[in-house]
Design a protein around this ligand. Structure first.
Ligand SMILES: CC(C)(COP(=O)(O)OP(=O)(O)OC[C@H]1O[C@@H](n2cnc3c(N)ncnc32)[C@H](O)[C@@H]1OP(=O)(O)O)[C@@H](O)C(=O)NCCC(=O)NCCS
Length: 289
């Protein structure tokens, strides 16, 4: 039997049952398996993949829609991966073209690009609109405690959280925000006079706690939220901070976090991301915005 051409292999939808195969693909590329995150992305988002003739997945990516389910306002693309042994043979281009054709004709797209992925996305029409710095490390409290009080979120906060998040993100993320209480180990809010002024989630990823989303009305509130989750974990933190938030980046580095990677924030079909970047400090994950 002859081996089918890569270009003839069908692209199919991934489901939660593909979780291990997705994690294997990550490992193949030297990425962590991140099964907890894949679990979220494959249920809240839409996975696309190509089966390898010799078993497992040859390529994968995930698309998360935001806004109205009938007519989404924004789609975030992430976890674009092609198995090493099939790299540089046009598979990534084919998978991305498929996703852009299926979603990008009606809906603006966004993604965080690694230096590897960026040339391909540029070729497809994505434009760089910003960048983020991935920080990692043990957080050490320094100086007086932040003046802004925080507390764990409760079920009663969820509707306000969704509203607060929508103002900062620019589109509705109800289906993601309502998953945060189960997905995260910590979900905390800051409030003033009974109104939410910020929130943060910290979720387990391999040996770290990822801090995100981190959404706050100002930098002092963002700092208080990070300090409050750091005080409740022994794990190193990981987070992706928009580089325009220089003050927060400096503050985190003074407290033990170090820059480990940088990603370009790209859009397709819109010149800028919607919402208010000044209140958006860190995404839930670079794979879903
Ligand atoms: C990025 C990735 C998905 C590309 O998939 P691929 O199937 O190897 O890419 P293609 O063969 O379709 O190449 C498309 C174009 O992308 C660019 N490209 C792909 N790999 C590249 C590399 N290692 N260095 C520089 N450019 C690269 C080139 O412009 C290439 O076009 P060309 O081969 O005609 O010059 C794949 O390399 C990968 O899985 N990398 C590791 C994970 C990763 O970084 N994913 C991106 C997340 S944003």
């Amino acid at each position: 039997m002859s081996t089918p051409l890569l270009a003839d292999l069908p692209i199919r939808r991934l489901t939660h049952r593909d979780l291990s195969a997705c994690a294997d693909l990550c490992e193949d590329r030297g990425w962590p398996r991140e099964e907890h995150k894949w679990g979220l992305l494959l249920t809240a988002g839409r996975g696309y993949g190509i089966d390898a003739p010799d078993g497992g997945l040859l390529a994968a990516c995930v698309v998360t829609e935001y806004g109205s389910p009938q007519r989404p306002d924004l789609c975030a693309i992430g976890m674009v991966l092609v198995a090493e042994r099939h790299a540089r043979q046009g598979v990534g281009r084919r998978l991305m073209r498929h996703v852009v054709t299926e979603t990008g004709t009606t809906t603006p797209l966004t993604l965080y690009a690694t230096p590897h992925g960026r040339p391909l996305y540029e070729e497809l029409g994505f434009k760089v609109t910003g960048s983020s710095d991935m920080l990692s490390g043990h957080f050490t409290a320094l100086g007086p405690p932040p003046a802004v009080a925080t507390r764990p979120a409760t079920g009663e906060d969820l509707a306000s959280l969704v509203r607060f998040d929508r103002e900062a993100f620019g589109v509705d993320r109800t289906h993601m925000i309502t998953r945060l209480p189960a997905f995260s180990d910590q979900l905390r809010v800051a409030e003033e006079a009974g109104k939410i002024t910020g929130y943060v989630a910290a979720w387990p990823n391999m040996d770290t706690h990822v801090v995100g989303p981190l959404v706050a009305r100002d930098t002092e509130t963002a700092k208080a939220l990070v300090a409050s989750v750091a005080a409740r974990t022994d794990r190193p933190l990981r987070t992706d901070i928009d580089v325009r938030h220089e003050d927060l980046l400096t503050w985190l580095k003074e407290r033990g976090l170090a820059s480990v990677a940088s990603n370009s924030i790209m859009t397709y079909g819109i010149p800028e991301l919607p919402g208010d970047w000044t209140r958006r400090f860190a995404p839930l994950t670079v794979a879903a915005g």
